[in-house]
Design a protein around this ligand. Sequence first.
Ligand SMILES: Cc1cc2nc3c(=O)[nH]c(=O)nc-3n(C[C@H](O)[C@H](O)[C@H](O)COP(=O)(O)OP(=O)(O)OC[C@H]3O[C@@H](n4cnc5c(N)ncnc54)[C@H](O)[C@@H]3O)c2cc1C
Length: 417
Amino acid sequence: MRQEYDVIVIGCGPAGATVAAVLAGKGRRVVVLEREKFPRYHIGESLIPFTYFPLKRIGMVEKMKASHFTKKYSVQFVTQDGRLSHPFYFFKHLQHEAACTWQVLRSEFDQMLMDNAREKGAEVIEEITVREFIQENGYVTGVRAVTKTGETREFCAPLTADASGRDALAITRNGWKVRDPYLNKVAIWTYYKGALRDPGIDEGATTVAYVPEKGWFWYIPLAGDVVSVGIVAEKDYLFQGTKDLAEIFHREVKKNRWIEEHLAVGEQFGPYRVTGEYSYRSRHCAADGLVLVGDAFAFLDPVFSSGVFLALRSGELAADAIDAALTDGDYSAARFVEYGKTVCQGIEAMRRLVYAFYDHAFSFRTFVRTYPNLIGDMTDCLIGNLFIDFDPLFKAVADFAKVPQPLTHGAPLIAAK
Ligand SMILES: Cc1cc2nc3c(=O)[nH]c(=O)nc-3n(C[C@H](O)[C@H](O)[C@H](O)COP(=O)(O)OP(=O)(O)OC[C@H]3O[C@@H](n4cnc5c(N)ncnc54)[C@H](O)[C@@H]3O)c2cc1C
């Protein structure tokens, strides 16, 4: 049985839910196919201020304000010997209510995004896994999916948005994954109840705490007195001597006094989780009848919590490009040239900062002391104001750290006709 829509969206994470909400809001017939039954667990809990703007566009800001999510006013860095340095308070730079953002429980946040897409008129089907793209004359014209009970269903639409996250359906099917050779880290994380929270507005800060070899901990205070805490480092460093996740995690905790002290009063619960294969970008952001959004297009090391923002923002940009393509009846890859350029520009800004972070010669403290005039630009990057000119900032960063050239891939696959 084939069903016809204007747009098929694969996956209902932040990227897919945004594509769906924007397009359904414009009166398009949208179906979202989501593999899991929501609410479901997901990592990626710390938002940055500029998530506010896509959230505002899809009608989520009031819902966020009414939620119990922890308010986040800053990001702070802790040296290896446990000293707290340089909290970046967002409101010092951004005089807008967006300066206060949130630490979210992704199970609840993603459910809210899914409900919101439904409210806007999108049809969301859960527990259905997209297995393959249907192609006609070189265009993706639909997908074949399998339900929980094993029934195969076909969905047709002139455009499909792949928002399948790090499962990255189109990348995998087409062999488009290009890994970032340098940003190749592993994360091990877990949760604590009752761990130490800093006083006042620092209670909800994201803390990035260094361990040797440019490894780092995240410490993210969530609602319900829960803290999400994880270590990110090179695989060879983390797995030296043992493969036991709990053992590795607690060995590393001992290497940063601030983390150790903050966790000492809390109680660990739930599994120790692991993920690898960090940063990649697809060779192409689109093909005829197909566009890639969020992590299904690119994933960047999460040290600056940019993933959800990039998912929301790319979702919004893709939805606008899809809407224009539908209006013109032209579903070719060429419609997504601007989309690809803009998303890659945003990713590149963050990527340069991530490279600097991992460079042994770079420290935020020294940088802002040397270039106090560039604190504003640095903060722009950290809050997600990514679509501006960062050349002056990274010219200065290059005094301390190797700044990478932009990657050249990521444009649409424009077939020779
Ligand atoms: C260790 C780690 C820490 C992170 N920390 C942060 C952070 O603090 N802040 C931040 O902003 N980001 C963080 N991120 C990144 C963040 O998790 C992602 O960038 C974000 O979730 C991307 O959203 P998305 O919608 O593209 O994909 P996802 O949120 O992964 O959603 C994809 C959806 O597609 C569904 N799906 C997959 N395959 C199929 C299929 N074949 N058919 C149907 N449905 C399918 C999945 O079930 C899922 O619901 C972190 C990531 C990692 C790995």
